[in-house]
Structure formats: C-alpha cells, structure tokens
Design a protein around this ligand. Structure first.
Ligand code: NAD
Ligand code: ZN
Length: 342
C-alpha cells in the first residue's frame, strides 16, 4: 500500500510502498478516506529536536483520520466491514491505575499512533478496537478527519464551566479557532482571542470570538474595559505555546480564574508564581482527549449545530502531500486535509 513515511533521519516525508498491516484478533483494519495534518506532523517533517528524539525511522506518520472498516480481528465486536470510523490516536496500557479507574486519558504509558508506531497517512491503518470511534455518517468526512484536534479543543474548552463566563483564548491556530466555536456553542459570554497573525484573528472572529486582537498592539486590560468587564477573565485557554501569551493571560485573569494549558510551552518558561498564588488561580495541563467522553461531546455538539468547517482551509489528494505540507508549514492555513480515496 502507499504511505507517507519518515523513512530517513532528514527533513521531509516520502511517499512509499509499504506492507499492508495485518490485524491481530483485537484489531480493526481501516481503509483511510481522509487525514488531516497536525502541527506534530510538521515537527516530524521538519525533523526538529523533539522528532529526532522521539521518532524512530522508518515510521508511517499521521494520527488524524477517518475511514471505513476493511477487516476485523476474530475477537472484535461492535464494528463491521464498511462502518465509518475515526479513532483515538493515543493507545493506552489498560493496566495502570488511571486506566483501571476509567481515566484512560491519564494513562502513564501512552503510545501515539503515527509517532511511536505506524500511523494513518496510508491507505490502511490497523489499531486496537478499543481505539476505534464509530462515526456519524451525517458528519462530513473532512470534519471527521479533524476529530482528534477538535477533541483537543473540546477537552480544553470544557475543562471548566464556561456558561456565562468571560473566556480568554491565546492562540488562534486551528485548535484555538475550534475552541472559540466550542466556547460560543457552550454559552460563554465574552470570548477574546489573541493571535499575532491577521488571517488567524479573522478566522477566530468568524468562529464566534467577541473580539480577536494582536496582543502587541492592544492591551488586554483595555479590551476588558471596552467590553465592560471589570474583574478579569473567568476562564483562560492557552493554545499558542507562547510564554508571552501565558504571561498576558495570568495578568488578566480574575481572582480564582481557571486556566487550561494545551499549548506546548517551553519546559523552563518562567512564571510569576506570586500572581498565581495571590490571585488564587487554578491551572490545569491538558493532554489529548478524554476517552471517550470528549468524542461523545464533539459528536453531539456537531449534531446540534457546532460548525468548524471554516477552520478547514485546504484539501489535497495525498499524492500532493508536498504542496499540503508547504501550506501547513507557512503557518497561514487552518486545517489541511489529505484525501486518500482513489
Ligand atoms: P498552531 O501553531 O497552528 O497555533 C498556535 C497559534 O498561536 C498561531 O496562530 C500563532 O500565531 C499563535 N501565537 C504565537 N505566539 C502568540 C502570542 N504571543 N500570543 C497569541 N498567539 C500567539 O497550533 P495548533 O495546531 O492550533 O495547536 C495549538 C497548540 O496546542 C500548539 O502549541 C500545539 O503544539 C499544542 N497541542 C497540544 C496538544 C496536547 O495534547 N497538549 C495537542 C495538540 C496540540
Ligand atoms: Zn494505562
């Protein structure tokens, strides 16, 4: 089968012929229909320090996908050939304390598909049945291919109650923009989004931001005043990975404000801990999605009108993956979808 492979320790990805994976008794073989490109895939393309440490070559990469069941292992129940499915990209051990308690998103031995084992940028993907999510046929394939990052947005945005609350979202990348739509759908009051790029601020506004600002040009305290806010943001969603953005957030939270951090901040980023302590801020780190409550919530919200389609800005056939990655690497796109149908 054709697959996009990190086949050597160098910048780029290569379209190659690799053996089709064979499902074990608990596995589901999926014929891929669409994949979408994640920032992680761009890191792997760029062969940066993180990917040099993490990826062994050769690995088929990719973890955001939708497809149809092509075969099932003898032990698999609940999935039949032809079913439309997406899937959770984090494989958990099933045995640690968190897994045993049903908190699989907190597994201490998580493995990533398309990172630690072969992934979805291929004609076929094979994963355990416990990672397969039965998809709703009424949801467009391009949207289903984005369920993994939409799940990051949903998990982060719904980490704290946001009904009637003022929300600050730093970073209007694809995930920040999807979180904006989720926060709007979930009944947030003001949603202020920050980003350095005008295209991304425009997208955030399209997805329901009350205002989208360049933090280098406008002070968040002024924005609060203009909106009639007096005590600071109730909930902050950090989705840029920028320490400047995190500092801006800490400075603009209300006392007792709640912050969910998804963006990958530098390990040694300094923080004014006295502001955190004296303002009684609550900070939660977010990794991945909840299995499978997040998947349920995103399906239901989309069925009830949550629209993330403006975030999907480009669509290419997989043979045009070089163009697709070029667009993605420019940092000026939303989600870029690859079509694996023939
Ligand atoms: P992205 O890189 O496309 O978006 C980040 C955005 O932040 C960009 O639009 C950028 O212009 C903006 N930005 C940079 N500096 C800023 C600043 N000072 N203030 C405001 N905005 C600023 O990334 P994405 O795909 O939308 O993902 C968002 C973040 O979440 C990334 O850091 C990504 O690595 C991380 N992530 C984490 C998880 C997890 O499980 N924790 C999963 C997926 C992605
Ligand atoms: Zn576990």
């Amino acid at each position: 089968m054709k697959a996009l492979v990190k086949s050597r320790a160098d910048v780029g990805l290569w379209l190659e012929d690799v053996p089709e994976p064979e499902p074990g008794i608990n596995d589901v073989l999926i014929k891929i229909e669409r994949t979408s490109i994640c920032g992680t895939d761009v890191h792997i393309w760029n062969w940066d320090e993180w990917s040099r440490k993490t990826i062994r070559v050769p690995t088929v990469i990719g973890h955001e996908f939708v497809g149809r069941v092509a075969a099932t292992g003898s032990n698999v129940k609940g999935f039949d050939v032809g079913d439309l499915v997406s899937g959770e990209g984090h494989l958990v051990c099933g045995l640690c304390r968190s897994c045993m308690a049903g908190r699989r998103h907190l597994c201490s031995h998580t493995q990533g598909i398309g990172v630690n084992r072969d992934g979805a940028y291929a004609e076929y993907l094979c994963i355990p049945m416990t990672n397969v999510w039965g998809a709703d046929e009424r949801i467009p394939l391009d949207v289903l291919s984005c369920f993994d990052p939409l799940g990051n947005a949903v998990h982060t945005a719904l980490s704290f109650p946001i009904l009637g609350e003022d929300v600050l979202i730093t970073g209007a990348g694809p995930i920040g923009c999807m979180a904006t739509a989720v926060a709007r759908h979930a009944g947030a009051s003001h949603i202020v989004v920050t980003d350095l790029l005008p295209e991304r601020r425009a997208l955030a506004k399209q997805l329901g931001a009350t205002d989208a600002i360049d933090p280098r040009e406008r002070d968040l305290a002024d924005v609060q005043r203009e909106l009639g806010m007096v005590e600071g943001f109730d909930v902050g969603l950090e989705m840029s990975g920028s320490i400047a953005a995190l500092h801006g957030m800490i400075d603009n939270m209300c006392h007792g404000g709640k912050m969910a951090l998804l963006g990958i901040l530098p390990s040694d980023a300094p923080i004014d801990w006295q502001k955190v302590i004296f303002n009684s801020l609550e900070i939660k780190g977010i990794y991945g999605r909840e299995m499978y409550e997040t998947w349920y919530m995103m399906t239901m919200m989309i069925q009830c009108g949550l629209d993330i389609t403006p975030v999907i800005t480009h669509h290419f056939h997989y043979t045009e993956f070089e163009k697709a990655f070029e667009v993605m690497r420019s940092g000026r796109s939303g989600k870029v979808v690859l079509d694996w149908s023939n």
